[in-house]
Design a protein around this ligand. Structure first.
Ligand SMILES: Cc1cc2nc3c(=O)[nH]c(=O)nc-3n(C[C@H](O)[C@H](O)[C@H](O)COP(=O)(O)O)c2cc1C
Length: 206
């Protein structure tokens, strides 16, 4: 499996992608190793639930060009009873940073029946504190995500240095031109970002 991750990353580089994000959140395989509820192994990967992810990070890093940043998505806490908390997430992120991760994309949950709605408080900006916690705890750049589709609210996350980047999911499903509309709302569109045929619909529509 470690080799499969390495090969996947190698193909991504070969295909011309700008970066690679390893998925360690939301119940995907690396998360399953972290979670005390799913990792009931009795071998070295059970004794050290971070070992598998660490081996994956090292393997992927091996095939990336030296200047290419490596991102990793993590669930910074679980909501299910008996799940892990953010202090544990800080520990696995510390190991992954040492192994080669340059930036963490900080989500939460997704571990089981409660699902990825984020538990009881999935309101606006509900995961930003977790991103900030990993950022300040490890002095590492982070991406914040989760109900940040309000332009001004997303901007505050960046301007107050809670995260280096924000990711927008449902907001982009609802409005594929979210980034252009955010630029417009927050202080002017860079025309270079608007596809030519769409100019009259976006920055010249008034
Ligand atoms: C339709 C849909 C599909 C999603 N699929 C995935 C997925 O496959 N893997 C994943 O990690 N997150 C997935 N997510 C979660 C998003 O990546 C994101 O973390 C989450 O929606 C919170 O951000 P938002 O409030 O901006 O949508 C999905 C979300 C939606 C709405």
């Amino acid at each position: 499996m470690v080799n499969a991750y390495r090969e996947g990353a190698r193909r991504a580089v070969e295909a011309g992608f700008d970066t690679v994000e390893i998925h360690g959140a939301h119940g995907y395989l690396i998360h399953q190793f972290h979670s005390p509820l799913s990792n009931v192994r009795e071998d070295e990967y059970g004794a050290d639930p971070i070992l598998f992810g660490e081996q994956v990070v090292r393997a992927v890093k091996e095939v990336l060009p030296p200047e290419m940043p490596l991102l990793m998505r993590v669930s910074a806490k679980e909501y299910v009873e008996g799940g892990y908390n953010e202090a544990y997430a800080l520990e696995f992120c510390r190991r992954y940073k040492a192994a080669g991760v340059d930036m963490f994309h900080v989500s939460s949950g997704g571990e089981g029946p409660i699902g990825s709605n984020g538990g009881p408080n999935a309101g606006p900006a509900y995961q930003v504190d977790l991103a900030e916690y990993i950022r300040s705890g490890l002095q590492v750049p982070v991406i914040a995500v989760g109900r940040l589709d309000d332009f001004a609210e997303a901007q505050v996350v960046i301007s107050e240095k809670k995260a280096e980047l924000v990711a927008i999911g449902r907001g982009m499903l609802s409005d594929p031109y979210w980034t252009l509309h955010a630029q417009e709302a927050l202080g002017g569109i860079d025309k270079g970002n608007v596809p030519g045929p769409y100019e009259r619909g976006i920055w010249k529509r008034k």
